[in-house]
Structures are given as C-alpha cells and as structure tokens.
Design a protein around this ligand. Structure first.
Ligand code: GDP
Ligand code: CA
Length: 329
C-alpha cells in the first residue's frame, strides 16, 4: 500500500506518527508492505543568522525520528540555548525566533549543503539518513516559496506592509489581523522531484489535520499539485484540523479569517472540494455527516479527532484508512 500525505509541522507530524504506529503495530503490516511518502510544506522556511531553517520539514523529521521535544511538539528534545544567549548579548536580530543549539546543527548542515549546490530535496534526504523517520520526506518544492502576511501599518506607503509569516506567527502571535496571505514565489515554483508521482501513483492520499491555509494551502499552491490531486485514482481523505469551530492548538482561525472564511470543519473541506473524497470530522461536528459540502460528493464521517496520545492518534489514522478502503470499493 502506497500512502502519500501532505503535511505541515506539528499537526502533520503527530498524525503521521499515529499512522506509522497503526500500520506497524495494530495493522501488523510487515515492513516493506507499505510505503509512506510525505510532501512537506516549505513556505514557512526562513533564513536566520545566515542559516536556512525549515521548521515544518524538521518537525516531521524530529517527531518521526524520535528526536522531538515532546511537550512542545517541535524543536529538539533536551535542547540548550547557548548560541541564542550569545546572539542576544550581541543584540543580533531578529531576536524573536530562538534557535536551540542542537537544532542549529541541523541548520548548519542544511545551509552548507545548499551553499554547495545541493537541492533542498537532496539535503532533506541527507538529514533523514540520520533520523530514519520511516517515511520518504519530500519538500513540496526545491524552489523558494515564502508565506508573507499583509498587515496594516500606518507608517508604510499605502498603509500596509508585508512581513514574513514567521514574524506574524511567532513575534505577533497572529494577533494583528492578516489582510492577505501571500505565497511569494509559488507561481514560479516547480514541484520537487517525486512529488507529483507520489500523488498520482498512491493508493491513498491523506491530508492530515494541518493548517489549511499556510501548510496544506501552500503545498496546493505549487503548480501541478492540485491537478495531480484531481487526477489521481487514489481516494483523497482529509482529517479536519478544526474541531467544534476552533483549531485544537495554534492560531489557524486567524488564517481562515484572512481568507474571509469561518473557522469550521465545513469551510476547510470547501477549500479541498475539487479533489476531496472523504472527510473526517470530530464528533462535535457530527451534524456534518451525511451532508453535502460545497455541492461536492464528499463522504463525511464523524469520530473523535483529538490527538491526545499516540493510541488516540493511531485510531484516527485507522479511521482515515477505513474510509479510504470503503470509498475504493
Ligand atoms: P504547524 O505547521 O506546526 O502549524 O502544524 P500543522 O500545520 O501541521 O498543523 C497545525 C494544525 O493542527 C492546527 O492549526 C490545528 O488546527 C491542528 N491540530 C492540532 N492538534 C490537533 C488535534 O489534536 N486534532 C485535530 N483534529 N487537529 C489538530
Ligand atoms: Ca508550519
């Protein structure tokens, strides 16, 4: 069974860990009888202190490779902050994004390889050699795509300015309204090698509960990806990141508001209506089950969707694969 997933950071990584647990432990699938390919969001990437940082790819790599800070859901376990303390003593900017010492080693290797001319795909494969995440992790593109957020600024020409997504998310905690969210570079970007084939040749395509705008949305913005999803024979099954009208953690509601959408499982499914076949919603959204979404033939199934622990998350993955099997029949 070939499973392909599109994923952001923490939500995607947690779900994928549940999926692998389900496949290996419960389903009893022999190693080699399944292959999971993850197409990771790279539009959160940023250069800090000369280092190229890929937060979503690293969150997946660390989580599936057993090196993640469990409580936080991102960054390295047992991290220290010696470099960050020294940078602060110099007054180095930006000072709102902290890199841990262990994490910095990843960014050093990545930046050196990129400077030598390796592609991000090649770099990601090299980093995964160490972490052995149990999936093939592909960046959505080897070309730079950066999410920028347009916010009001009286001092700027036209009364607005665009800032990097990380500045809006990490420094401003998404509290300043986003007037627009842009994926800079997306139109010129090519899907990374293997991305379109992974969608076309899959038996199942999964959309984990990742941010629909700045994680899944940016992957869908890479030319060719959406068409591949529309064209694949594999059922595309999504897991709602919105539960009872709220993102379970994080600030995805601020991103949906920027698109003029309400924060609901239904509104998110509407963003995928041209290729989505199955949609898992939480029991608190059970009223959507059996209903038509955006006039599209999407099978909606309600079940618990809180990823409270690995067992509950494996159950969600099982639910997604069951729905895929049912739709494939
Ligand atoms: P990020 O890149 O680190 O922001 O992570 P993702 O984009 O992969 O996922 C973030 C989204 O996961 C959040 O916006 C939430 O809506 C969703 N999420 C987090 N925890 C849960 C959970 O337990 N259940 C569900 N259904 N969604 C969750
Ligand atoms: Ca992210």
């Amino acid at each position: 069974m070939r499973i392909t997933a599109l994923a952001g950071g923490v939500g995607g990584a947690r779900f994928l860990r549940g999926l692998l647990t389900y496949l290996k432990q419960r389903h009893g699938a022999a190693p080699g009888s399944f292959a999971v390919t993850v197409i990771g969001n790279t539009a959160d990437d940023i250069t800090l202190h000369g280092l190229r940082v890929c937060p979503d790819l690293d969150t997946i790599m660390y989580t599936l490779g057993g090196g993640v800070h469990e409580g936080q859901g991102w960054g390295r376990a047992d991290e220290t902050f010696g470099v960050a303390t020294e940078l602060a003593a110099y007054g180095a900017q930006p000072d709102w994004f902290t890199l841990g010492d262990r994490d910095i080693a990843t960014h050093l290797v990545r930046t050196q390889m990129l400077n030598l001319g390796y592609t991000l795909s090649q770099v990601t494969a090299a980093l995964c050699d160490r972490w052995q995440p149990g999936v093939t992790l592909l960046p959505m593109s080897d070309d730079p795509v950066e999410t920028h957020v347009v916010i009001d600024d009286e001092t700027a020409e036209g009364g607005q300015k665009a800032i990097h997504f990380q500045e809006w998310w990490v420094r401003l905690h998404a509290k300043v309204p986003a007037r627009r969210i842009l994926a800079v570079g997306a139109e010129q970007a090519k899907p990374a090698p293997g991305v379109l084939d992974a969608i076309r040749d899959a038996d199942v395509v999964l959309l984990p509960p990742s941010n629909p705008v700045v994680s899944i949305g940016t992957i869908l913005g890479v030319p060719g990806v959406r068409d591949a999803l529309r064209g694949t024979r594999a059922p595309v099954i999504g897991i709602s990141p919105i539960v009872g009208g709220a993102p379970v953690r994080g600030m995805a509601d601020a991103c949906l508001t920027a698109l003029g959408l309400e924060t609901s499982a239904e509104a998110v499914a509407g963003l995928y209506a041209d290729f989505l076949k199955g949609w898992l919603v939480d029991d608190s959204d059970a009223h959507l089950a059996g209903q038509s979404i955006a006039g599209a033939p999407i099978e909606v199934v309600a079940r618990p969707l809180i990823m409270r622990d690995l067992a509950a998350t494996a159950d969600i993955a099982e639910g997604a694969l069951d729905l895929a099997r049912h739709l494939g029949e």
